[in-house]
Design a binder for this molecule. Structure first.
Ligand code: SAM
Length: 201
């Protein structure tokens, strides 16, 4: 087994033991496929957790590619930095601890690729804030956009999930109806939206 596979397995065990959500296998395969094919030079990830998806992307980046990844929970951000320091991609990744909703504003961009995997109810806000920082032809991958299937069939949504479901519906409406975005929705796991952005269309 190579070093990367060993580290990814170690992280999977850690996530399972500590009940930390990380990207599911099918979504991870699509994520890495797009990164490999599009070879982005600058990635913004929102929602690092322990750096599992960060490592998947880093391993498929061009050698001068850079990832900025943001995690709200300081302990998780520190764990992510520790795991990533065991890889050979330390120089490609910067882990920022804090609230993405405000930290995004301080990042100059441009970003060729954005992976959204944090607070689902904040996706429309993240989208609005990153759109101004996207390069032409940039990709946005958003995980868990179907939220337990409730986003496409919301009639019986429990009250406590109504805001999240409504905001995810708004997110999907924008990326499918705004002519600057082309989106494919994958009904795998909890739903993965893959979007390409064009400045002028
Ligand atoms: N992308 C990770 C992976 O696949 O390995 C999993 C991320 S996990 C599903 C979501 C993470 O987003 C959690 O660790 C959570 O603490 C973080 N998060 C939630 N709200 C956030 C915010 N406002 N800013 C930054 N991170 C946030």
């Amino acid at each position: 087994m190579d070093r990367l596979t060993e580290l990814l397995l170690k992280m999977e065990h850690y996530a399972l033991e500590n009940k930390i959500p990380i990207i599911q296998r099918e979504a991870g395969t699509i994520l890495t496929k797009i990164v490999k094919e599009q070879a982005p030079h600058s990635i913004l990830e929102i929602g690092t957790a322990i750096g599992y998806s960060t490592l998947l992307m880093a391993a498929n980046l061009p050698s001068d590619g850079q990832i900025i990844t943001i995690e709200l929970d300081h302990e998780r951000a520190a764990t992510a930095s520790r795991f990533l320091s065991e890889s050979s991609f330390t120089h490609n990744v910067q882990v920022l601890a804090g609230n993405a909703g405000s930290l995004i504003n301080d990042l100059p961009g441009p970003f060729d690729f954005v992976f959204l995997d944090a607070a689902k109810g904040q996706y429309p806000d993240y989208l609005e804030k990153v759109t101004a920082k996207l390069s032409d032809g940039a990709w946005i991958v958003a995980d868990n956009v179907l939220f337990r299937g409730l986003v496409l069939q919301s009639a019986n949504t429990p009250r406590r999930f109504r805001t999240i479901v409504k905001r995810l519906q708004n997110y999907l409406y924008t990326v499918t109806q705004d002519s600057r975005f082309d989106t494919t929705l994958y009904r795998i796991g909890d739903g993965l939206a893959v979007t390409q952005f064009h400045k002028e269309k």
